[in-house]
Design a protein around this ligand. Structure first.
Ligand code: NAP
Length: 317
């Protein structure tokens, strides 16, 4: 299977790139990846995507973006990319479903994944009380007590979503001031279900078949304590999904893909957009903007290649 443009990842960056590439008649293929719709699809309510006065569910937003791209001819493949070969043109992309796709241009929009705490019990109790998706799993914690770890927008946003279900929410943060936007801080401070434990980190998650407690360490006093809880939701940032491109594309020290400011990577014909390149803004709207730029750059790149090929043909003739 050959496509002029293959987009790897289907969050706001990938889906916007698909929309623009499709409207440029490039019939792009989007390989959806592990999380169709990207992280935004796991977000309960998106209040800061322009155009939605009353906000919109993250899943609904991603679904609408996909339908819009499909309307103009974008195609979709439900697979994970396992390997990308760039030594020869066209590029070759291998997937876990055994399909091989070739592409004249690639847009990498593989996003970033939630960072793990890396403490004992986290892996063992994953999906048994440890969750990274409040929207997906909040319902299972109705009437229970849960711990959210982190002090950024995700911790507060998703924590506030959990208060729809839980009786008590404890936010454990390693400092005594929050990084989250003031509006979210105000909402959390005024919510009677929310309690904060400051200057503390989770050192283990405990339980036999399901989460029963977390062990905390106060970073100022060194005091270690146990807090009974039914669930743990770590929201401590993200790591870029760039393992596929190690040794292929230039990455920065955080593992993010380096671009030239115009979404172009160090390999001509490979572009990168969204959270996989961005550890600063990380917004759906900035990712979407990036996706647009990557698709426009890919369109211009392909036109130049075509022009060079036709010139070469004319001069040979
Ligand atoms: P973030 O802003 O990087 O915040 C991560 C939080 O986790 C910080 O409070 C950090 O503490 C803490 N942390 C990091 N490593 C830790 C560790 N090993 N142990 C304990 N705590 C740790 O990440 P985010 O909240 O996921 O947000 C990512 C981006 O998405 C941001 O740009 C954010 O604005 C955006 N976002 C926006 C919204 C919204 O607009 N409503 C919603 C969600 C996300 P320190 O504060 O001490 O560094």
């Amino acid at each position: 299977m050959h496509h002029k443009v293959v987009i790897i990842g289907s969050g706001p960056a990938g889906l916007t790139a698909a929309l623009y590439a499709a409207r440029a008649n490039l019939e792009p293929l989007v390989i959806r990846g592990l999380q169709p719709g990207g992280l935004i699809a796991t977000t309960s309510e998106v209040e800061n995507y322009p155009g939605f006065v009353d906000g919109i569910g993250g899943f609904e937003l991603a679904e609408a973006m996909e339908k819009q791209a499909a309307r103009f001819g974008a195609q979709f493949l439900d697979s994970l990319v396992t390997k990308v070969e760039v030594a020869q043109r066209p590029f070759t992309i291998h997937t876990d479903s055994g399909q091989t796709v070739t592409a004249d241009a690639i847009i990498v929009s593989t996003g970033a994944s939630p960072r793990k705490l890396g403490v004992p019990g986290e892996e063992e109790l994953a999906n048994r009380g440890v969750s990274y998706c409040a929207t997906c799993d909040g319902f299972f914690f109705r009437g229970k007590k849960v711990v959210v770890v982190g002090g950024g927008n995700s911790a507060l946003d998703e924590g506030l979503f959990l208060t729809r279900y839980v009786d008590e929410l404890v936010i454990v943060h390693r400092r005594d001031t929050l990084r989250a936007d003031p509006i979210l801080q105000e909402r959390a401070f005024s919510n009677p279900k929310v309690r904060f434990i400051w200057n503390s980190v989770v050192v283990s998650i405990n339980g036999k078949d399901k989460v029963e407690s977390v062990t905390l360490r106060n970073l100022q006093t060194g005091e270690v304590s146990e807090l009974p809880t039914d669930g743990v939701f770590p929201y401590i940032g993200h790591v870029p999904n760039t393992d596929l491109f190690r040794g292929i594309l230039e990455l920065d020290e955080g593992g993010y893909i380096v671009t030239d400011g115009r979404t172009r990577t160090n390999i001509p014909g490979i572009f990168a957009a969204g959270d996989v390149t961005d550890h600063i803004y990380r917004q759906a709207v900035t990712a979407a903007g990036d996706g647009c730029r990557a698709a426009m750059e890919a369109t211009w790149y392909l036109a130049e290649q075509e022009h060079a090929r036709s010139k070469a043909t004319v001069s040979v003739a």
